[in-house]
Design a protein around this ligand. Structure first.
Ligand code: GRG
Length: 305
């Protein structure tokens, strides 16, 4: 099996992300063992680190500084971790396993899980508001980008519609739900990389186009894994989408796979315009889609972290 291009560099970025998340966890997890264990567990228990990699690679490959991009990406990972804790709660998806270990509420209780999610969200905004190596305008722009991605223009509304999608009431368009609950944070990560690198308006539009396609592809992939994967291969509960209106439930698995391919191709085409062919970002994208062979363009072995 061949090693994909840029695997070493991407592995090093993931390593830097993990190290920095450890430092930020020390700063923000508080001194109460019952709570800090939950926060640390949610943040440091693995995961692909796709979101921080997107911020770092976007910024660096546009010639921007690595330090603030790393911290902004870590802030996004904190938001992501908070969203997973909340998503797994009994009142939401009621999941038992995440990243191969018991979900935060199963291990620490629902009350602690909710508090840990709020702590992670607050830590994310504190990190953006005090970002090292960025001026006040950039810090405030990043804070706005992230707040917009989390609130009613993003995750919160996406999750609300996702939870309601299988029930009676207005029919939801799954692509819009996917854009809100998954695409908004992915778009924010790419937008933050562009903002730190001070990309011009034309580039920012291309970045937004790339991220929108990636967000759609990523959620379709997640839906496919929910149906085709096992708890062992995904590290999390599967079959959680039963009763929800996903593209796969509405149009079937083949249609979902076709759509995924179209979004992935469009994401790669935009990347080629932005960064040229075989860029690092293309490899970062491909490293995600390894679990279903037809989406793995390089017969990929995932980069060592
Ligand atoms: C206030 C932060 C906040 C959220 C409130 C609960 C909620 C609203 C939103 C949840 C949205 C959600 C869970 C979307 C699914 C996103 C998704 C595909 C997650 C899986 O991401 P991966 O595969 O996971 O990157 P790893 O474990 O690799 O990090």
């Amino acid at each position: 099996m061949s090693t994909p291009p840029h695997a070493d560099q991407l592995g090093r970025i993931r390593h830097r992300v993990d190290q920095r998340l450890g430092e930020l966890a020390d700063r923000y997890c508080g001194s109460d063992p019952g709570l800090s264990d939950a926060i640390r567990g949610a943040l440091l228990s693995g995961g692909k680190r796709l979101r921080p990699v997107l911020t770092v690679v976007t910024c660096e490959d546009l010639g921007g500084p690595a330090g603030p991009a790393l911290d902004a990406g870590c802030a996004a990972e904190m938001v992501h971790a908070a969203s997973l804790i909340l998503d797994d709660l009994p009142c939401m998806d009621d999941a038992a396993t995440r990243r191969g270990v018991p979900t935060v509420h199963r291990k620490h209780g629902e009350d602690t899980a909710i508090l840990a999610a709020i702590a992670l969200l607050s830590a994310a905004f504190s990190t953006l508001g005090s970002l090292r190596g960025a001026d006040a305008n950039t810090r405030s722009e990043l804070t706005r980008i992230m707040a917009d991605a989390v609130g009613t223009g993003g995750l919160v509304t996406g999750q609300f519609r996702d939870l309601r999608s299988g029930r009676s009431g207005p029919e939801q368009d799954p692509a819009t739900v996917n854009a809100l609950k998954t695409g908004s944070l992915i778009s924010a990560c790419v937008a933050m990389g562009g903002a730190i690198a001070r990309a011009d308006a034309a580039r920012r539009r291309q970045l937004a186009e790339f991220a929108a396609h990636l967000g759609q592809a990523f959620q379709l992939f997640d839906d496919l894994l929910d149906q085709k994967g096992t708890a062992l291969s995904t590290g999390k509960d599967v079959g959680k989408d039963v009763g929800k209106l996903t593209v796969m439930r509405r149009d079937g698995a083949e249609a979902a796979e076709r759509r995924l391919s179209l979004h992935l191709d469009a994401a790669h085409a935009t990347l080629e315009t932005l960064f040229g062919s075989n860029c690092r970002m293309a490899s970062a994208v491909d490293s995600v889609f390894v679990a279903i062979p037809q989406f793995a363009r390089f017969g990929i072995r995932q980069a060592e972290a």
